[in-house]
Write a protein that binds this ligand. Sequence first.
Ligand SMILES: [Zn+2]
Length: 195
Amino acid sequence: MRHKGPLKQFDEFDAWSFSRSGERICSDEVKFDFPRLAGDEAISASHVDHWEISGRINAKSESVIRFQGRFSAEFSCVVCGSGVQHVIDFDRHLVLVTSESQADVYDEEMLDEQTDVVACPGAINLRDWLEDEILLACPMFPKHDACTDVAGRSWRDSESDEDTDDYQDDTAGGPKQEVQRPFANLSDLLKGSKK
Ligand SMILES: [Zn+2]
């Protein structure tokens, strides 16, 4: 895949043909800016080290886009309030379907935790999409290791429901409700809206 000229080709990106032809692009070839990451008031400094986007057709003949990469960011520790640096790896596989209704009926039980389904009825803004993935990978409760020990169980509980059978992760109130649904914003991207 040849990349010449401006980044316009990624504004209205055809993820379907990208995955059908098994293409791949990465940060060595294409320079993207991430204004929302840079402007996020919860993130005092950030650097995207590397990213890669690849497409493929899976064993079920579905189109899949994979976003992976690594970035570092400085957040405010939720315990002590001072800066805490995180290096974050992200790696997500997104099965494309043509409509929201198809996404709704998709049996997500079949998917592993790195995989989601996303409605992609038309062209998307690839840079925006990648930036969504980076923002989604940010920790919800950033904190120092030492602060985790100080704060004890309560913080650990809010991150893990492995040993809390009675923990209602989807319906409980509190900060977890602020979890951004993957691709809640994709419909905006699909309309080509500029922020
Ligand atoms: Zn701290």
